[in-house]
Design a protein around this ligand. Sequence first.
Ligand code: HEC
Length: 122
Amino acid sequence: MLRLSLAIFSIGLMIQFTSCVKQNEEDLSGAKYCKIDTPSFQQHIQIIVNDRCMPCHNASNAESGFDLSNYTNIADIATNGVLQGVIRHESGYIPMPASAPKMPFCEIQIIDKWIEQGALNN
Ligand code: HEC
């Protein structure tokens, strides 16, 4: 009986441990962006948009007419509130990225900071 409960206990610990590790990996994937105070379009924003949006919003496949492959078009939706509306899943906007979970918090936050600082082509 003691052995059985020990075994169950260990399995429980193992499950907790692996889910913990997974959680940390997910956090870390976006966490680096939370540490940046002055975002750069080229070094951060473009990389995030390429990764999260470009598959469906590029020059040859621009869903809803949005081609997000260049600064001008990204800056347009950044300055009129649409970019934040869709990635923060605000009401009145179609949530993006489509058919995927909400982007990690730190990726949303660095986009917010970049917009606050003028959505520059820096
Ligand atoms: C898997 C494909 C896919 C990805 C990835 C994706 N989109 Fe979209 N996007 C769509 C589709 C499809 C629509 C049209 C949805 C509709 O009309 O119901 C759309 C519509 C939009 C619209 C118009 C929304 C509106 O309210 O009219 C914007 C803006 C947009 N996407 C921005 C983004 C941004 C920013 C990202 C990255 C964070 C992104 N999308 C990622 C497929 C995608």
